[in-house]
Design a protein around this ligand. Structure first.
Ligand SMILES: NC(=O)c1ccc[n+]([C@@H]2O[C@H](COP(=O)([O-])OP(=O)(O)OC[C@H]3O[C@@H](n4cnc5c(N)ncnc54)[C@H](OP(=O)(O)O)[C@@H]3O)[C@@H](O)[C@H]2O)c1
Length: 314
């Protein structure tokens, strides 16, 4: 038997149930992973609340996209993966469980120096950050404004932008400024006066802006300060992006990600895992909770002010 978090109606964190569920076998091209850690992403709660369309619930719904663990069984036609292999599961589905069955395309080898908790934190945050920066063509010597730099996507975006040689100005609440400085960004407080504070650091404006929070303020300041409006992107305001005249990747956008954008998201996971193992990338873990306390993890996530990654362990 396995254990999983499931829900049968949309709603608040209280709809999440911790249950014993039958263990599923691996089909052709799939493996069974004994899960050691699960990354909690804000999308998990947005889908649970039906803030993002996901179709009617016709059978128990299990949240989750990112995880890490150890392969316990391999299905037919699987080459190159064996029981005992330590893996990252990224951009998967139904990962809030003690065991998951996943197609091998979603697996990345977990480097030995990377903890299971760190490995479970990589998929969506690092993949999204990498894709958005590449799509905005952020390059060496440029200045990029990152809204919500202290979040999971934000910390990845700050580090990846710095790696390509960009200057990063990032917004966060004051208590998170020291963390942003550690990662190489110049922090600024959001709320009233944001545009003036950014302008004090970048009098000629910025080359690109990446919105990771979706506030009116983030969009207004980006439009005011980004020299080329084609280089403003959001991952939160997908439905409004066209009207706002900015780019969007997922986040409720009616325009699906292109195969190239999906490829960039997937490609980032092995890259960042190796950087992490080499001590050249950091993942901040905010809190590790038992899988049975997924509802509490969602409550924390929905405050919008957790710094670092929330992790569940079966
Ligand atoms: N489109 C996509 O494919 C995609 C992929 C991943 C994530 N997302 C979305 O992107 C958002 C960020 O995800 P995440 O995983 O990074 O979330 P997270 O780890 O929960 O981080 C949220 C961050 O937002 C900051 N914040 C809160 N209010 C703010 C404000 N008014 N101005 C600036 N920053 C503010 C917080 O910093 P302080 O505590 O300092 O305020 C916190 O660090 C979520 O809405 C998520 O659903 C979309």
């Amino acid at each position: 038997m396995a254990f999983a978090i499931e829900y049968e109606e949309f709603g608040g964190p209280e709809v999440l149930r911790y249950r014993e569920v039958p263990a599923a076998p691996a089909g052709p091209g799939e493996v069974v992973v004994a899960v050691r850690a699960i990354g909690v992403n804000p999308i998990d709660a947005k889908v649970r609340r039906a803030f993002r369309p996901s179709g009617p619930i016709t059978s128990p719904r299990r949240p989750g996209a990112d995880a890490s663990g150890v392969i316990s069984a391999v299905g037919a036609d699987v080459a190159g993966w064996q029981p005992g292999d330590e893996v990252i599961v990224a951009w998967g589905a139904r990962t809030y469980a003690s065991e998951v069955v996943v197609p091998v395309a979603l697996l990345t080898p977990k480097p030995a120096g990377v903890s299971f908790e760190q490995a479970a934190a990589l998929g969506i945050p690092a993949g999204t950050a990498h894709q958005a920066l590449v799509s905005l063509d952020v390059s060496a010597g440029e200045t990029v404004l990152v809204h919500a730099g202290a979040g999971a996507v934000g910390q990845a975006a700050v580090q990846l932008a710095r790696r390509v040689g960009a200057r990063v100005i990032a917004t966060a609440s004051e208590p998170n400024h020291a963390r942003l400085r550690e990662l190489g960004a110049e922090p600024v407080a959001y709320r009233a006066g944001l545009a003036e504070r950014v302008r004090a650091l970048a009098p000629d404006g910025v080359d690109a802006s990446l919105d990771l929070v979706g506030t009116d303020e983030a969009i207004a300041v980006s439009k005011e300060l980004t020299r080329d409006p084609a280089r403003i992107g959001t991952i939160v305001l997908g439905p409004q992006a066209a009207e706002l005249g900015i780019r969007a990747w997922s986040g409720g956008s009616p325009i699906p990600l292109t195969p190239e954008e999906l490829g960039l998201r997937a490609d980032a996971v092995p890259l960042v895992a190796l950087l992490l193992a080499a001590g050249r990338f950091e993942v901040e873990i905010a809190q590790v909770l038992p899988l049975a306390e997924a509802a509490e993890a969602h409550r924390l996530s929905e405050t919008g002010h957790v710094r670092g990654k929330l992790i569940l362990v079966p």
